[in-house]
Ligand binder design. Structure first.
Ligand code: ZN
Length: 169
């Protein structure tokens, strides 16, 4: 069995595989979906439209750079939304972040962790959770009324196969 030569399409065997760019190419990277720059040239089959979007075929530094930009942009958006409900200063206190860190992220400086972006996004989407979190941190571990609800939900979900309506994944 012979392998197709590098200039042949691995999908249809057509010989005319040429580098080309286009908009709308999205790929899974780490915990997110990245949109590739439209001017990035990748091998593209002119017959079957095959493109190699595997991570091995793409420049690692570019993917990391896109990923960091995505984290920055997502954090900026979440911080702007959260600012309507709580000042950056109070939010930093609530999450035990360094003073001024959210200002830096809000201005597009620094690279937040995916975990922090996840938390900020969830809080921006459900600002009522800010009050819940404030109450949570004033109580000893395990004493929060909401955690009691969560415990009940967990034990209820263990008893019955019906998923919890509010927290269904
Ligand atoms: Zn092809």
């Amino acid at each position: 069995m012979t392998h197709p030569s590098p200039s042949r399409c691995p999908c249809c065997g057509y010989a005319k595989v040429v580098p080309a760019g286009r908009p709308g190419r999205v790929l899974r990277y780490r915990n997110t979906a990245l949109t590739l720059p439209p001017d990035l040239s990748l091998s593209h089959c002119q017959r079957c439209k095959y493109e190699d979007l595997s991570l091995a075929a793409l420049p690692g530094e570019l993917l990391e750079s896109l990923y960091r930009s995505s984290l920055r942009e997502r954090a900026q958006l979440a911080i702007a939304r959260l600012h309507r409900h709580l000042s950056k200063n109070k939010l930093e206190l609530l999450l035990n972040l360094s003073h001024g860190y959210l200002c830096r992220l809000g201005a597009g400086h620094g690279v937040p962790s995916a975990a922090l972006v996840s938390l900020l996004t969830l809080l921006a989407e459900h600002p009522d959770l800010l009050r819940e979190l404030e109450a949570y941190w004033t109580l000893p571990p395990g004493d929060g009324s909401k955690s009691t609800h969560a415990d009940e939900a967990i034990s209820a979900s263990r008893k019955t196969p019906t998923p919890n309506r509010r927290y269904r994944p």
